[in-house]
Ligand binder design. Structure first.
Ligand SMILES: Nc1ncnc2c1ncn2[C@@H]1O[C@H](COP(=O)(O)OP(=O)(O)OP(=O)(O)O)[C@@H](O)[C@H]1O
Length: 392
């Protein structure tokens, strides 16, 4: 038996309804192709990769996360971190490919293959192969074992049950199905390492398969990266340190619904921000007599990303000499400053350019916690505010 989905209460149903409304808002904002949509999608994917890897201590800067998506070399990440990021990027690219693949099939080989993609750079860690020993989760911040996975001999049978169960849950809201797949994979802990990232990637895959918006807009990996202590706490509460599939999964599902709700607010806010900023940047480019093709680069830098000439070439779709001329023009216009020399040179936004983003965020509302009335994350962890009499 695997961990079972809980019965949803009225509040959960309201939260799901609100997430669906955010998704519709996203779809509405994306219905016409805008010039900034591609960059926003790329940035969201970069944030998902960055978030999922930061949970395991592989931290990369915003521009390196974008470089990973763009298949460029990093500016600052060390070799070991970059290998992990690249592996995750490959697995996520495959997830994006599978999102609308008519021949899609979820089976154990797919799970093992995604694991191989993430860890192919380190054969000593058995990429793509189930563990042949016991496994423990250590909470590094407390230097404490917080979980022991089930006996390794049960891994193939439990993974088989998992891949068979996911399609059978078709009636359940997709956020719940994806959350349960995440929970069960992380609790089975089928691999020696990289179980957390695998579970988060599987969740993104399931959302991608039946989501009404593109996977980059529905992933909660960024949220989990920013709320890691809560994520660990809720897993600790549900698992109670061992394979206990009879335990209530209610705190977990509430935690994940809350994550979707709050991440969706972030994404809707970013869509509005991108639309506002783009209009401002076009106006600035016109006023400063900069070519219109420079707007995507102005947008990236105003978000705080550093830019290389090679990135400018791609964004503006120009030749080397034109790129050099354009970049110099932007520097002369007081919008970019330079750092480093020759091939190592990067460009960043001056205060004047950064102001565009600051203005865009001035009246941004604070993200609302949909479970506020039951005490937010504390209430979820303390099991406060649940309706009585519901089965687990
Ligand atoms: N108390 C817990 N019970 C069950 N699973 C947990 C618990 N705390 C954290 N986890 C999960 O275990 C993952 C980390 O597992 P572990 O430390 O074994 O690293 P890993 O399996 O190598 O994964 P990664 O590659 O993502 O580092 C976390 O990302 C989280 O998903």
């Amino acid at each position: 038996m695997l961990f079972q989905p809980p019965t949803l209460d009225d509040l959960d149903m309201q939260v799901i309804e609100q997430i669906d409304t955010f998704r519709k808002d996203m779809r509405y904002a994306l219905r016409e192709p805008r010039r900034w949509t591609g960059q926003l999608r790329r940035n969201l994917l970069a944030k998902a990769i960055q978030g999922s890897n930061s949970i395991e201590g592989y931290d990369v800067s915003d521009e390196d996360a974008v470089a990973a998506v763009e298949e460029e070399e990093p500016l600052s990440a060390d070799e070991a971190t970059w290998a992990e990021i690249r592996g995750y990027r490959t697995a996520m690219s495959y997830v994006l490919q599978l999102a609308d693949d008519p021949h899609f099939e979820l089976d154990q080989s797919l799970i093992r293959s995604l694991h191989y993609m993430m860890l192919a750079h380190d054969v000593l860690k058995s990429p793509g192969r189930y563990r042949l020993n016991s496994v423990f989760v250590v909470d590094e911040s407390r230097d404490e074992i917080v979980y022991e996975g089930p006996d390794f001999q049960r891994v193939p049978e439990l993974c088989q049950e998992l891949v068979e169960t996911i399609p059978q849950e078709q009636g359940a809201p997709n956020y719940v199905r994806a959350a349960m797949a995440h929970l069960n994979l992380v609790m089975i802990h089928p691999f020696r390492e990289v179980n957390g990232r695998m579970a988060r990637c599987l969740q993104t895959l399931i959302l991608a398969r039946d989501s009404i918006v593109a996977p980059e807009f529905s992933s909660i990996e960024e949220f989990l990266g920013k709320n890691t202590p809560d994520y660990y706490s809720v897993l600790g509460k549900v698992g109670q340190g061992a394979w206990n599939p009879g335990n209530s999964t209610r705190p977990w599902v509430k935690f994940i619904l809350r994550a979707h709700h709050m991440q969706a607010q972030t994404v809707v806010g970013r869509l509005a921000e991108a639309s506002y900023m783009w209009a401002q940047l076009e106006e600035i480019a016109r006023r400063k007599r900069l070519p219109e093709r420079s707007v995507p680069a102005l947008y990236d830098c105003s978000l705080g990303l550093r830019m290389r000439r090679s990135s400018y070439l791609k964004l503006a779709d120009v030749e080397e000499r034109t790129a050099t001329r354009d970049l110099q023009q932007i520097v002369d216009a007081g919008l970019f400053f330079t750092q480093g020399e020759r091939r190592g040179r990067t460009y960043g936004a001056t205060d004047e350019l950064r102001l565009v983003r600051i203005e865009a965020r001035t009246n941004k509302p604070r993200n609302r916690d949909p479970y506020e009335e039951m005490g937010g994350i504390r209430g979820i962890l303390d099991d406060r505010g649940y309706q009585t009499g519901l089965p687990l």
